[in-house]
Design a protein around this ligand. Structure first.
Ligand code: FDM
Ligand code: MG
Length: 212
């Protein structure tokens, strides 16, 4: 490659693990050291597909479970051209949730296999690093009440956590588990260190394909 590409860094974890806070802080710290960086989040609720998803999550509409799974995946695919362009230009992408949330949340529903759930996301740009913010259900409960969106119950979130743990057993993806019970600054320091080394490792490698 002519120029160094950016890295694709994903933050995953159950609700209230601090993903959004940490994504923002990571972007700020990359900017401080002069790195080109761009923040994305999935679902991206601003697109036409994203609006359907948002209405479903807010319980304003109902969608059949397979259908909504495919919409979440389509919402990633529609951003792939932008993602590739940014990465090739040398911009690092920090992403708040990705296909792993897709699989963990749908497969936490009855009668969905992990294998079926992964299929539509096979071939997406593969993250160079997936940071899993780990927080116990008890510690999550201390962070306050759940919101009112779909999936925001402790029983469902515990099932989701179990599915994330199954996904993490695969070593084709570079998972790094971060203890999210620490202070915001401690978590940030860990994430920053792991991200900077992923960035250096990614620079001379082509963008790979997820689960392929
Ligand atoms: N979610 C998110 C899914 O069910 N599938 C997906 O593919 C993705 C990316 O949507 F409950 C769920 C996870 C969470 C909700 O919430 C999105 P936030 O607060 O916007 O991250
Ligand atoms: Mg949420």
């Amino acid at each position: 490659m002519a120029c160094k590409r950016g890295a694709l860094i994903v933050l995953e974890g159950v609700d209230r693990a601090g993903k959004t806070t940490q994504c923002t802080k990571l972007v700020e710290s990359f900017r401080e050291v002069g790195r080109a960086v761009h923040l994305l989040r999935f679902p991206d609720r601003t697109t036409t597909i994203g609006k359907l998803i948002s209405s479903y999550l807010e319980n304003k509409s109902d969608l059949e479970d397979h259908t909504v799974h495919l919409l979440f995946s389509a919402n990633r695919w529609e951003l792939v051209p932008l993602m590739k362009k940014k990465l090739e230009e040398g911009t690092t992408l920090i992403i708040d949730r990705y296909a792993f949330s897709g699989v963990a949340f749908t497969s936490a529903k009855p009668d969905f296999s992990i294998e079926w759930c992964k299929a539509p996301d096979v071939g997406l740009p593969k993250p160079d690093l997936v940071l899993y913010l780990q927080l116990s259900p008890a510690a999550a409960a201390q962070r306050g009440e759940f919101g009112t969106e779909r999936y925001e119950t402790s029983s469902f979130q515990q099932r989701v956590q179990g599915r994330f743990e199954q996904l993490m057993d695969e070593n084709s993806v570079n998972w790094q588990v971060v203890d999210a019970s620490q202070s915001i600054d401690e978590v940030h320091d860990n994430i920053k260190r792991l991200s900077l080394s992923a960035l250096t490792a990614a620079e001379h490698q082509p963008i790979a394909e997820l689960w392929r």
